[in-house]
Design a protein around this ligand. Sequence first.
Ligand code: OOG
Ligand code: MG
Length: 262
Amino acid sequence: MKLDKATIEKLAEHLENCQLQAKDTTKITDDYPDMDWDDAYAIQNMIKARKLARGLKLGGLKAGLTSHAKMKQMGVTTPVFGFMTKDYEIADGGDCKTSELIHPKVEPEIAFMTNKPLRGPGCHIAAVLAATEYVIPGIEVIDSRYRDFKFDLKSVVADNTSAARYVVGGQKLDVKNADLRTTGIVLEKNGQPVVFGAGAAVLGHPAAAIAMLANHLGAMGEEIPAGTLILSGGITEAVAVAAGDTVTLKVQGMGSTSMRFV
Ligand code: OOG
Ligand code: MG
C-alpha cells in the first residue's frame, strides 16, 4: 500500500460523490501516480462500505475487461473486478434514467448465479460450472466517473470498474445444457443489431472470468458466496447509449433481456 487510510477515504468519497452527482473527474492516478493495486481495491472496498453503511444491499459481483474487444477499446490488458449494489438493478424491460448517469454505455454479458461457495486459489472452469445454479442474459450499464472514459487500470478499479446499472432476464439456463464458448449473442439498439459475439470472447470461456474472480478474492482470504449473481464481462466492445434508446440482448438458448434509456 502506498496511500494512507485518510487518502483512501478521501478518494472513495470523491469517486462516490461523482457517481451520486453524475459528475465526471480526472483520473485519480494523475494526482497519486504511485498508488498500487492494493490501494485501488482498498478505495473500491471503501466505496462498498460507504454504500452498505447507508443500508444498501449487495446485488452482485462483476468481472470486467475480460474480452479482447473490451481490453482493446479501453487500452488495457488485465481483467478487473467490482461489485453492484441492489439499487443498480433495472427490472427486465424497465427504464434506466440517464439523468443519473454521466455517459452510459452498455455491454452484452452472461450472468452466473452460484449455488455453492467458490474459493480460490486453484478455482477453475469445471469448479465454476459445478457451482452454477444457472446462467442468464445480462446487460451491464457502465458509466466511468472519469472524463471521456479515459483511465488506467488502477483508476478504474478504484472507481468500482465503472459499475452503474444492470439488467438480467430471459431464460435461466442450466450450464449442463449449454456450451458457453459457442453460445452466440446479439445486442440490438433500437431494433438494429449492433454488436455480435460468442461466449468464448470472454477469456476462452465465460466461466474462466468467474474462476479468476474466485482466485482474486481467495488471495485476500475471501470467497464468492453461494447465491451470488456475477456478471462475467462484456463479450464485445461497449456501446454508447442516450435517452430514447432501447437495448435488447439476445442470447442463444436463453431468450432476451432489455432496457430503455429515458
Ligand atoms: C471498465 C469496466 C469493464 C466489462 O464488462 O468489460 C466491464 C470500463 O470499461 O469502463 O465492465
Ligand atoms: Mg461489464
